[in-house]
Design a protein around this ligand. Structure first.
Ligand code: COA
Length: 321
């Protein structure tokens, strides 16, 4: 049982920040950022919220899917930068898009693997149902960036992407996932303080993203190649048969290293990191939407989707479009 991607949508906030603009405020330069990451600019929310960006992307996905909203029975919202702990972002999407109430709606946090984890979860929940699912990845990651840390603040950007899918037994779908609990390599501490009149007040720490860049780099190359190899073995498909490898847009060099390990030409790895930076859970659905608009998600195409990131988490999906 596979899935049919009925529609896609995305949104990038209009405020674009180039490497040169960053270099005016922090000790960095365009050449360093481009050569180490492939990033030229990124977008930062300026008044937009996670919900407002997701709503635009989700509306577009529903419109391009051409379905009645009443068909949507599942909303999964992948994010690590939700506007609220509760209500969940998925519930607010149900309200703001006037989706039916007989729905299962929840947020999922698997950091940059969030969209991959969500697609796998949605496909499982849709089995045997005629309903559709709305899967969203959206981040205001600029909220948790430490702009005094030049090795991480240059990497990330904000945005939202969405897809509407249905179960489809004529399509193929295999997956391979992993989780390696680790709060040293990549972590964003809780914004919640254990503060009440009966306990000692904890020292306040800013809730910024912290990352050991080279450890995460090695993990990303190792686990993206590993999960892709595993999923292709499960599917009995050769890497050379794949039309597109849609990888989480974290770093052009991570993608190039994975391509080299898999012995696949880099041209089969679509990229938009040059203008988005790493948008965490939003990166894969934004890229899928761009591919859809460029008419690349053709019926029967063989696609691998792979994510990796905080948790640590990773996962790969092989599917036929
Ligand atoms: N501009 C200029 N110089 C910088 C810099 C910046 N923005 N950030 C770091 N540097 C400097 C360092 O201070 C260091 O200088 P030194 O040699 O004088 O000490 C030098 O560049 C090398 O730093 P290093 O951290 O070893 O660079 P790197 O080649 O490992 O690249 C990352 C750093 C963050 C780009 C890289 O490790 C990476 O991409 N990691 C994966 C991150 C990621 O994708 N995370 C999300 C996963 S979902």
């Amino acid at each position: 049982m596979g899935i049919k991607i009925l529609g896609t949508g995305s949104f990038l906030p209009p405020t674009a920040v180039t490497n040169d603009m960053l270099a005016e405020r922090i000790d960095t330069n365009d050449e360093w950022i481009r050569s180490r990451t492939g990033i030229g600019s990124r977008h930062f929310a300026d008044g937009e919220t996670n919900l407002s960006m997701a709503t635009i992307a989700a509306n577009e996905a529903i419109q391009t899917a051409g379905i009645d909203k009443a068909e949507i029975k599942l909303v999964i919202f992948a994010t690590l930068t939700a506007d609220n702990f509760t209500p969940s972002m998925a519930c607010l999407i149900q309200r703001d898009l006037a989706l039916p109430e007989d729905i299962l709606a929840f947020d999922l946090n698997a950091a940059c693997s969030g969209f991959v984890y969500s697609l796998i979860t949605a496909r499982a929940l849709l089995q045997g149902s005629g309903g559709a699912a709305l899967i969203i990845g959206a981040e205001v990651i600029s909220r948790i960036i430490d702009f005094t840390d030049r090795s991480t603040c240059i990497l990330f950007g904000d945005g939202a992407g969405a897809a509407v899918i249905k179960a489809d037994e004529t399509k193929e779908f295999f997956f391979s996932t992993g989780a390696r609990g680790d709060d040293e390599a990549l972590a964003s501490p809780s914004a919640m303080l254990n503060e009440n009149p009966f306990v000692r007040r904890e020292a306040e720490e800013p809730a910024f993203l912290k990352m050991a860049g080279s450890d995460v780099f090695r993990f990303a190359v190792e686990c993206s190649a590993k999960s892709i190899t595993e999923v292709l073995n499960k599917a009995g498909v050769q890497a050379s048969e794949i039309d597109y490898f849609v990888l989480h847009q974290a770093n052009e060099r991570i993608i190039a290293s994975a391509a080299k390990k898999l012995k696949v030409p880099i041209g089969k790895f679509p990229m938009n990191i040059d203008k988005t930076g790493n948008t965490s859970a939003a990166s894969i659905p934004i890229l899928l939407d761009e591919m859809n608009k460029a008419n690349k998600l053709k019926e029967g195409a063989k696609v691998v989707i792979a994510g990796f990131g905080g948790g640590l988490t990773y996962g790969a999906i092989y599917l036929t479009v």
